[in-house]
Design a protein around this ligand. Structure first.
Ligand code: MV4
Length: 501
């Protein structure tokens, strides 16, 4: 047991703020680090102390583990929270933190390392009888031997990089004739991206859902799961909308996947908050993919349905405390959605759109949570992830969460840059999303940029119809100016905000 009095947050933006808020509630002092591009950032102002650690580029600042450790020594920091991205899944950094006598708020370097290799992860969990996609258990090196295996597995197959993430080094092969060429491409892509050319084969699951399970493990060997998040709405391996719970899991399947996730965590003696990723096919067969050894971007949806503060739990675990609840005490309450608001232009192939937030007004009200790191007038720096905010809604059921999200999107006012808000509205009103019957191919299948134009056209049409009605009303001899004026004001203001999106 080791009391934490001061935490350095080795991150920026919304997640740095998110972590500091929980620390503050626990009476823990906070230290921010920042780059030259983030001098005026909110996380810098929020922290009790803040130190500039270098230039705007990540590898000059947020990735400088050595500089960060120096700051910790100078400011007598007890623990480092890495957030997500940057150093969060760097086993070498976690080890350096430990060796400096500090607490890394996360799993052991060994667990990070093990789960960083997909092949090692699959081998480690194999003894727990976890369902996995059929394929090779080891890296393939010999093309002819690999072809034999590909035949056994059956085409189409997927060649994956063991060190991979975010779909890099992944190749679908439909026919044996293409195998050798695709394998060579996968190996060279993996070598240049990860410095490790190990690849393996899996049966290709054509239109899977991506469902992940949140787990928490303490240093006393207790591990629980906090149910699932449905993350199938993705674009080029970047999640766009997440929700909890999933509309397809039955209580029995949820329990089974939860038990598997807990076993995956056991297989690497997992400590802290982690996420076990599964693919789920159209017959609701599920397969373990990999484990993410960090707090994830989309953790708020789990917080909303469980009532737990995941950052607080991480900190308590890091202090050596035992989990204060057992699996049987955890229940799903209500439904939560998260829309990631990116500074990208959905009408222009999601091109990153940098610039100043000329107008920035957050939606508010019951069941709406905005995790962000910006204020009106700030510039979005070009050096980092273009996510502006996570818009989270929570309702008694899925429909209420959707209604709140649509209301919140309309209320959100952002000008100066294009955002993915209109794209979110498109998805949230799409029949496939509403029915719950969708998978990772949703965007590919249903979205083209001109659909947003249609959406705007529809709104414009509605406004035109309303204006016509008002004009007709005004022309009626007994209509009062006042009532017509009220309608017109309301309509005009809606028209303006809708146009801004
Ligand atoms: C797969 C798959 C189909 N079959 N594995 C993509 C990133 C990496 N985490 C795993 N990924 C996939 N693995 C087999 N055997 C399809 C994907 C995949 C995907 C997975 C989750 C969410 C979105 C995705 C988009 C394209 C492909």
């Amino acid at each position: 047991m080791r009391k934490i009095n001061k935490i350095l947050v080795a991150n920026r933006g919304e997640i740095a703020l998110r972590v500091m808020r929980s620390a503050k509630e626990m009476g823990i002092k906070t230290v921010a680090i920042y780059s030259e591009a983030d001098r005026n950032a909110l996380h810098v102002r929020y922290a009790d102390e803040a130190v500039c650690v270098g230039g705007p580029k990540s590898n000059e600042s947020y990735l400088r583990g050595d500089v960060i450790l120096d700051v910790c020594k100078k400011l007598k920091v007890d623990a480092i929270h890495p957030g997500y991205g940057f150093l969060s899944e760097n086993a070498g950094f976690a080890r350096m933190v430990q060796e400096a006598g500090l607490i890394f708020i996360g799993p052991s370097p060994e667990a990070i390392e093990l789960m960083g290799s997909k092949l090692a992860a699959k081998a480690a969990v194999a003894k727990y009888n976890i369902p996995m996609v059929p394929g090779t258990e080891e890296a393939i090196t010999d093309v002819e031997a690999a072809k034999v295996i590909a035949h056994e597995v059956g085409f189409p197959i997927l060649i994956k990089a063991s060190a991979g993430g975010g779909g890099k080094g992944m190749r679908v092969v439909d026919h044996i004739d293409m195998f050798e060429e695709q394998m060579k491409l996968a190996v060279s892509e993996a070598t240049s991206a990860f410095g490790d050319g190990s690849v393996f084969i899996e049966k290709y699951i054509g239109s899977p859902r991506h469902i992940e399970i949140q787990v928490l493990g303490d240093t006393h060997g207790n591990i629980v799961h906090l149910f699932e998040r449905e993350c199938s709405i993705q674009r080029r391996h970047q999640k766009v909308i997440e929700e909890a719970p999933s509309s397809v899991l039955t209580p029995a399947l949820r329990e089974e996947m939860g038990r598997c996730a807990v076993n995956v965590a056991k297989a690497c003696d997992y400590v802290g908050a982690g996420t076990v990723e599964f693919l789920v096919d159209e017959n609701l067969n599920f397969y373990f993919l990999e484990m993410n050894t960090r707090l994830q971007v989309e953790h708020p949806v789990t917080e909303q349905i469980t009532g737990l503060d995941l950052v607080k739990e991480q900190i308590l675990i890091a202090e050596g405390k035992a989990l204060s609840f057992r699996q049987e005490q955890l229940h799903i309450n209500g439904h939560a959605l998260e829309l990631r608001v990116y500074a990208e232009d959905p009408a222009n192939n999601f091109l990153p759109d940098i610039g100043r937030l000329e107008t920035y007004k957050r939606p508010q009200g019951l069941g709406v949570r905005v995790d962000d790191g910006f204020e009106q007038g700030m510039d979005i720096p070009i050096y980092y992830d273009p996510m502006i905010a996570k818009l989270v809604t929570f309702g008694k059921d899925r429909q209420e969460a959707i209604d709140k999200m649509l209301r919140a999107i309309d209320e959100y006012q952002i000008t100066g840059i294009e955002t993915t808000l209109p794209f979110g509205k498109y998805v949230l009103t799409h029949e496939a999303f509403l029915s719950g019957n969708f998978d990772t191919k949703f965007i590919e299948r249903y979205f083209a940029p001109d659909m947003l134009k249609l959406q705007v056209d529809e709104e414009t049409e509605q406004v035109a119809a309303a204006l016509t009605a008002i004009l007709l009303q005004q022309n009626k001899p007994n209509a009062t100016q006042e009532s017509a004026g009220t309608i017109s004001n309301h309509t005009a203001s809606n028209w303006r905000t809708n146009r801004l999106k």
